[in-house]
Ligand binder design. Sequence first.
Ligand SMILES: NC(=O)c1ccc[n+]([C@@H]2O[C@H](COP(=O)([O-])OP(=O)(O)OC[C@H]3O[C@@H](n4cnc5c(N)ncnc54)[C@H](OP(=O)(O)O)[C@@H]3O)[C@@H](O)[C@H]2O)c1
Length: 355
Amino acid sequence: MICPIVAIRWIVMICKLLIQGTTLISQFAIIYPLILPSTIISMKSAQINKYGSSDVIEINQNTPEPSLSLGKVLVTIRAAGVNPVDWKISEGGFQQMFPLQFPSTLGIDFSGVIKQVGEGVSPSEFKQGDEVFGQAGVISGGSGAFAEMAVANMKSIANKPKRLSYTEAAGLPLVGVAAWRVLTEDMSLSKDQKILIHGGAGGIGSIAIQLAKSLGAYVATTVSASDKPFVQKLGADTVIDYKTQTFEDLLQNYDAVFDTVGGDTYRRSFKVLKKGGVIVSMLEQPDSKLMNQYGVKAMFQFTQPDKEHLTKVAEWADQNNIRVNVEKEFSLDEAGDALDYQKNEHPRGKVVLAM
Ligand SMILES: NC(=O)c1ccc[n+]([C@@H]2O[C@H](COP(=O)([O-])OP(=O)(O)OC[C@H]3O[C@@H](n4cnc5c(N)ncnc54)[C@H](OP(=O)(O)O)[C@@H]3O)[C@@H](O)[C@H]2O)c1
């Protein structure tokens, strides 16, 4: 779509040419600068101009198409996954660490099709028409995934899992790589080990349950009562209602705890572990006092999906026919509602914007 401002400039200049009866050469001199702006394609995006709750989100119909640079690809976005980090960024939760430049396009996780590759991207890596998934957040050098098109760093994308739809694949990058790194790298979880996964019905938890089961582990998980059948279907062996039951009274001698909740849940989790066990948290830095008291290892996981891990997750998803539960789809126009839904409505699995 041509930007309306450019279209108006064209009309005005053509009228001037007709009225003034200029020569061909001078007509070219006037028209040439107008041809350049005509390459500025505009698109729709969900942006913020200041930090705040979802009512600061604006749908900008005339965002210039993001420009390519070294090592980047331009992607037509088919779907964008919503994570808690999206509303945390929008509300200013990370402004000390990653200050945004306004206007800023929201969104990180996506799936889509490569429209154009930048310099430094070889055809053996990515080419036009490739179906990809990954991250295009502004804090990792992208242009923002809540948009019709986005620029992404080639190191932050991989080929999309073939068995998953675009909406399912868009829900996978952050939670899939987080679960993969924690279970296979931080914990080296193996067959017949016992793991407690907190928040089993959430984005990370619902993938972590499936990964732990495919590694052959015994899985206990904490959820709200209404999510019990959902996590049992994903493979959970023991399900604990975190609102009415006390998990540390029910579970002992576990090899590992995956904490996606933090706070008091994190601190109480040490009681579940056997000596030499490991707890990995997505929210809490290791508590050395509790580590020493219980004789266990504690780690914090900060996940930045890269091509290598995204590829592993995609291959595992295809081979194991895993389920990315997309609880609700929104349109790009409804980006604010999607963030509110993720934050307040306790979705099972993921919330996704479908373009
Ligand atoms: N460090 C990093 O790099 C990193 C990366 C990704 C995510 N994170 C963080 O990790 C957290 C989880 O992410 P997510 O995408 O999985 O979020 P999510 O999809 O919102 O899931 C959170 C889940 O936790 C459950 N929950 C809430 N309180 C609980 C409790 N006391 N006990 C057990 N379960 C409880 C929720 O269940 P109900 O809805 O039933 O309450 C929900 O299913 C978020 O805070 C996110 O910001 C950190």
